[in-house]
Design a binder for this molecule. Structure first.
Ligand code: 5GP
Length: 122
């Protein structure tokens, strides 16, 4: 099934500068900004600038340059936030069962407190 990207999603609007964001890092192919409803003391979202719906879409269709840039951006935000010592969690929700609200690939970086077990009961 082909991936269908919605240009009106909120992160597309952020990338076009139509909605403000609290930027943490900008790179050639990626943008990192603070989540508007943080779930932990540190809650940053990293998104590719390209039109990718989900991690699997990105893995299939992004260029190597985009993939390298994105992975390095996630690592750089972790380094900037100083979370390596106490740890952090990365989450990339996808689709209905992943309860993805915004259909533009984003990795959540969560840190700053113990995050508990990975999953709570549905
Ligand atoms: P998802 O459920 O799709 O994995 O997560 C979407 C995330 O985007 C949520 O954590 C939500 O708080 C965040 N979010 C939604 N709208 C905005 C916005 O306009 N600005 C920012 N910075 N974050 C947003």
């Amino acid at each position: 099934m082909p991936f269908e990207y919605d240009d009106q999603n909120i992160f597309a609007k952020i990338l076009r500068g139509e909605i403000p964001n609290d930027t943490v890092l900008e790179t050639e192919h990626s943008l990192a900004f603070r989540d508007i409803r943080p779930q932990a003391p540190i809650h940053v979202l990293v998104i590719p600038r390209g039109r990718y719906v989900s991690f699997d879409h990105f893995a299939q269709e992004a260029s190597e340059a985009e993939i390298v840039d994105f992975v390095r951006a996630v690592g750089e935000v972790c380094r900037m936030a100083g979370v390596e010592a106490d740890g952090f969690r990365l989450i990339a929700n996808a689709g209905k069962h992943g309860v993805q609200d915004v259909p533009h690939l984003h990795v959540h970086i969560l840190a700053g407190r113990s995050l508990g077990r990975m999953l709570s009961p549905a």
